[in-house]
Design a protein around this ligand. Structure first.
Ligand code: ADP
Ligand code: MG
Length: 265
């Protein structure tokens, strides 16, 4: 990939002021990352290593303390229509139907007002929720609620999808099914994706490359290309898959041990 990256992060650091203690906490430090158009990049790391912080910076929801962050060569100064976020906890509006939750993805964008109903219907169809247009979030399973979150992100046709452990809160079986569907949808739409996970298999099955984070403070430890044919789940028993899995596990192990021992900043 010799062309310019669509996402470029240079020497990103984020510190939070912790109101309770009055102290500063370095959440991420010296992060460098390029993501290319059409790429599916998974970000793998233990909880607390700063994954959400980096994603929120990309979304324009958190301002970096220092460093550079650009999309298409333009500095990120806030949210933008070319980026959409899928949140771990779905973040649906409980008083709105499926259709109106998906509509929310268009509401900040007057240029998309024409043809909104068709766009919404298409997005609902794409994520497999046709027939549930008039349901409320409370009437849907976790997996279905996250489909709504995905449709809301896709409806404005963003170039970049920022996904923060989107399958983290759904049951294991649903997660398998949705992973495969997500792969299909992304392949069909050609989106650039940054997908956060703490699951090694999820990172391997979805990623063209995997950015492995370590914590205390959070930074990128290694970027690993995944040279395995898709669907990866069909190759899980191969030596190549198992070697990669082992490598990633070793990468994470030191951190996991430190976390289990209660290591602090
Ligand atoms: P991850 O998504 O990998 O679990 P986060 O980016 O959520 O990690 O958090 C990284 C670190 O920053 C953690 O120690 C977390 O407690 C801290 N943190 C995250 N958000 C805030 C905030 N708004 N204020 C203070 N500390 C925060
Ligand atoms: Mg997180």
């Amino acid at each position: 990939m010799a062309n310019d990256p669509i996402i470029r992060i240079r020497d990103l650091s984020v510190r939070y002021h912790v109101a309770r203690t009055g102290a500063w906490l370095t959440a991420v430090r010296h992060v460098d990352l390029d993501v290319y158009e059409g790429e599916f990049l998974t970000v793998l790391g233990p909880s607390g290593c700063g994954k959400t912080t980096v994603l929120n910076c990309l979304a324009g929801l958190v301002a970096p303390t220092s460093g550079e962050l650009a999309v298409d060569g333009r500095p990120v100064t806030g949210p933008g229509p070319e980026r959409a976020v899928v949140f771990q906890d779905y973040a649906l509006l409980p008083w709105r139907t499926v259709t109106d939750n998906v509509r929310f993805g268009l509401e900040m964008q007057p240029r998309l007002r024409a043809g909104a109903d068709e766009r919404i219907a298409e997005a609902i169809q794409l994520v497999g929720l046709a027939g549930f247009e008039h349901s409320y979030p409370r009437e849907l399973s976790g997996g279905m609620q996250q489909r709504v979150g995905l449709a809301r992100a896709l409806v404005a046709d963003p170039r970049i999808l920022l996904m923060d452990e989107p399958l983290g809160a759904v049951d294991a079986l649903t997660r398998e099914v949705m992973r495969a569907e997500l792969e299909r949808i992304i392949a069909a739409t050609g989106k650039t994706v940054v997908f956060i996970t703490h699951g090694i298999d999820e990172a391997i099955q979805l990623g063209d490359r995997i950015a492995v984070f370590s914590s205390h403070p959070g930074t990128i430890k290694e970027i690993v290309p995944v040279d395995l044919p898709r669907p990866r789940s069909a190759h899980a028993n191969t030596t190549a898959y198992q070697d990669l899995r082992h490598h990633l596990w070793k990468c994470l192990e030191a951190d996991a041990t430190a976390a289990a021992m209660g290591a602090t900043e």
